[in-house]
Design a protein around this ligand. Structure first.
Ligand code: F6P
Length: 554
């Protein structure tokens, strides 16, 4: 299990705390001016990705102290424990082996002495076969027509990963297949998709690790009803509904033929599952081979995480910088700024990955954590964010570190766009770092013809404090391979942070209470006996019931 000794009393943490006082007044402008090799010193590559982390409030000593923190908190043995199938998810008694799903090297991966790779390869083979049959038209709907639409019904980890990846790889989409993702229990979501598709040519992928999630089961039941109402019979369901789950019993009970179920295992966490059968929509969209390339990219990052020295290890560096700002600069959030429209869903994906993993207040052994843990993760694609919330990033009162993510190349072929996109990406990280001093503003205004009181009054509004940190991640392209490496990078970053903070990155007890209360309130909204509630909950339930009654009356 992870390190259980005190984090804040450790020599490494204490050294960082006093170093923080030294570096607090140092500006990155000065650090760059003093060190022409700062970019070379504070950038690293792995699995084809380049990470520039030179625009951070660090110097060589900061990095050395942070690496020492990682070492003293046992990141290396913890990494070994994960990769060797130990049950590091202690509150659920499970191993954590998403790395086995993209183990392309042929080595065994064992849980309790049993190699899981034969099963992994078997499901991957079945997924690939199925995807290719749908794509090339051998798999058809009940009327014999080709499948034109695939609707993935799932939520959280059974939605965000494949939805994000399908959008990211849309440049390689199959010409006939349209992919849709329905997650919300709000009927508008499913209804909005159903009105666009034809039951005879639609394939539903019901994805749920547990096959008990209320949103997914409700949407899947409604989709099945809609399908049957379109004229198909019960026997036709098998051609139009497949399941992705770890729960064969529930899948069968729902009425999906187990021959059409793609399994995975309890050692795959929901938010770490896009490499498993949960990635079926991705395989349908881009094909078996490209799905394999996605796994290859993730595997390359796994190897980098295991083999690169901590000082050059991308996930370790990203994790440590996050711990630095969260623990010593009071940063409460991290903004993810993909300069790629194709990565529009990446911030939402990372929200679940990071916040469900390390949004914890107790350590693995149940003690209160000693420092803040996961920051709020949020973001939007650049350049849109620049015209919305970047004002706050530049001149707001909070320090918000930013991860800029861009692809060096593009496939759209529209002249000029990509160069401008990248110019903006680089410009934003530079502007955050250098800022603009009052003297610079004064000189600028003077040369624009301002003078006297008007000039002085204008200055404070135009000053940028600068010294605001960011990382820039450059991908060679938006290929499946690069995407796989990028996602695996963040997975391992989260793991490293969990080890340092001492929390379990693989459970999510915090989602349970709301689910329990919702099922009681649903029973009351349906007319059941009113439970004991606070005044607010009572008032809201009464308002909903009154509206439902009024709607019923006409
Ligand atoms: O409620 C949270 C959660 O359990 C996530 O961890 C998970 O990804 C999501 O719900 C969906 O769960 P399932 O795949 O079992 O439907």
């Amino acid at each position: 299990m992870h390190e259980s000794s005190s984090l804040t009393q450790s020599a490494a943490w204490r050294a960082l705390a006093s170093h923080r006082d030294e570096i607090a007044s140092v500006s990155m402008r000065d650090l760059f001016a003093a060190d022409p090799a700062r970019f070379e010193r504070f950038s690293a590559s792995g699995a084809g990705l380049l990470l520039d982390y030179s625009k951070n409030r660090i110097d060589a000593r900061t990095l050395a102290l942070l690496i020492e923190l990682a070492r003293s908190r046992g990141v290396e043995p913890a990494r070994g424990a994960m990769f060797s199938g130990q049950r590091i998810n202690n509150t659920e008694g499970r191993a954590v082996l998403h790395i086995a799903l993209r183990n392309r090297g042929g080595e065994p991966v064992e849980v309790d002495g049993r190699d899981v790779m034969p099963e992994v390869r078997d499901v991957l083979q079945r997924m690939g076969d199925f995807a290719e049959r749908v794509r090339d038209g051998r798999w058809r709907g009940y009327t014999g027509e080709l499948i034109t639409d695939v609707v993935n019904i799932g939520i959280g980890g059974s939605d965000l990963g494949p939805a994000m990846a399908c959008q990211a790889l849309s440049a390689r989409a199959h010409a006939r297949l349209r992919l849709h993702f329905v997650s919300n229990i709000d009927g508008d979501h499913l209804a909005g998709v159903l009105e666009k598709v034809d039951p005879a040519t639609t394939l539903f992928v019901v994805a749920s690790k547990t096959f008990t999630t209320i949103e997914t089961m409700t949407n899947a039941t409604s989709a099945r009803r809609w399908f049957l109402a379109g004229g198909a019979g019960e026997a036709d369901v098998a051609k139009h509904f497949v399941a992705v789950s770890t729960n064969a019993e529930r899948v069968a009970r729902f009425g999906i033929d187990l021959a059409n179920m793609f399994g995975f295992w309890d050692w795959v966490g929901g938010r770490y599952s896009m490499w498993s059968a949960v990635g079926l929509p991705v395989a349908l969209q881009v094909g078996r081979e490209a799905f394999g390339e996605l796994l290859d990219g993730a595997h390359a990052m796994d190897r980098h995480f295991v083999e690169a020295p901590l000082e050059e290890n991308l996930p370790v560096i990203l994790a440590l910088l996050g711990v630095w700002y969260r623990g010593f600069f009071g940063a409460t959030s991290l903004s993810i700024a993909p300069y790629a429209q194709a990565l529009a869903r990446l911030p939402a994906y990372l929200q679940q990955l990071e916040m469900e993993s390390t949004g914890k207040s107790v350590t693995c052994d149940g003690r209160p954590v000693e420092t803040p843990t996961c920051p709020v993760i949020w973001g939007e694609p650049g350049t849109n964010g620049q015209h919305a919330f970047f004002q706050l990033l530049h001149q707001g009162t909070d320090l918000v570190p930013v991860d800029f993510i861009a692809s060096l190349t593009t496939s759209h072929g529209l002249a000029g766009h990509h160069r401008l996109l990248l110019a903006n990406c680089i410009a934003q990280s530079k502007a955050l770092m250098v800022g603009k001093t009052a003297e610079e503003v004064r000189a600028e205004l003077a040369s624009a013809g301002f003078s006297g009181e008007a000039l002085e009054a204008a200055i404070p509004h135009r000053v940028f404090p600068g010294n605001r940190p960011s990382n820039t991640l450059l991908l060679p392209d938006l290929s499946p391979r690069s995407l796989g490496a990028l996602v695996a990078l963040y997975e391992h970053k989260v793991f490293v942070q969990s080890v340092i903070w001492g929390v379990n990155a693989f459970d999510q007890w915090g989602v349970e209470l709301g689910k329990q209360i919702a099922s009681r309130i649903d029973a009351e909204l349906a007319g059941g006996t009113a439970g004991e509630h606070d005044g607010s909950t009572r008032g809201l339930i009464a308002a909903v019931r009154a509206a439902a009654n009024a709607q019923e009356r006409g």
